[in-house]
Design a protein around this ligand. Structure first.
Ligand code: MG
Length: 167
């Protein structure tokens, strides 16, 4: 009998450098630093993608969108999420829920989280109540606390929609 549920875990970290804004959850957050990376360096979405790929057995974000490919330079991570989620949906998976933690010393993310949830629910065409985003500071220590990095962790639960066996 095919599995009904699968969980996946994804994490990501990007260096913070001047100038802003900071892209997180596919929205631009006013801040004096941005996340450095080959794409738009959206750590939250990158962690979500790896969690989705982990749950579906689809490899990882680096295999799908290599940083050696010029096509991925400055790429919108929201577009990457849409592509990955479309493939996983086509394999017969639906979203149970996704729960994420973003680690960032500044700015406070609470005012931006509703827009981030709304945007991610649009990109994945899922109800906003299936997406949870929480924020933590680095307590002034470590890479996050010294405002040198933004990090994110996500867990995803996928639910089998059909009786066909998993790939
Ligand atoms: Mg990344």
């Amino acid at each position: 009998m095919a599995q009904t549920f699968r969980v996946g875990l994804g994490t990501d970290l990007h260096r913070l450098v001047e100038p802003g804004p900071l892209i997180l959850g596919n929205i631009a957050i006013p801040f004096e630093k941005h996340a450095l990376g080959h794409s738009d360096a959206d750590a939250l979405i990158h962690a979500m993608i790896d969690a989705i790929l982990g749950a579906s057995g689809g490899g990882d974000i680096g295999q799908l969108f290599p940083d050696t490919d010029e096509a991925n330079r400055g790429r919108d991570s929201g577009e990457m999420l849409s592509i990955v989620w479309g493939r996983v949906r086509a394999q017969g998976w639906a979203l149970g829920n996704v729960d994420c933690v973003v680690h960032l010393q500044r700015p406070k993310l609470a005012p931006y989280i509703p827009r981030m949830v709304e945007r991610l629910s649009e990109l994945m065409a899922v109800p906003p109540e299936t997406i949870s985003i929480k924020a933590k500071t680095g307590e002034g220590i470590g890479l996050v606390g010294r405002e040198e990095a933004v990090a994110a962790e996500c867990v995803v639960l996928l639910v089998r929609e059909t009786d066909s066996s998993c790939q």
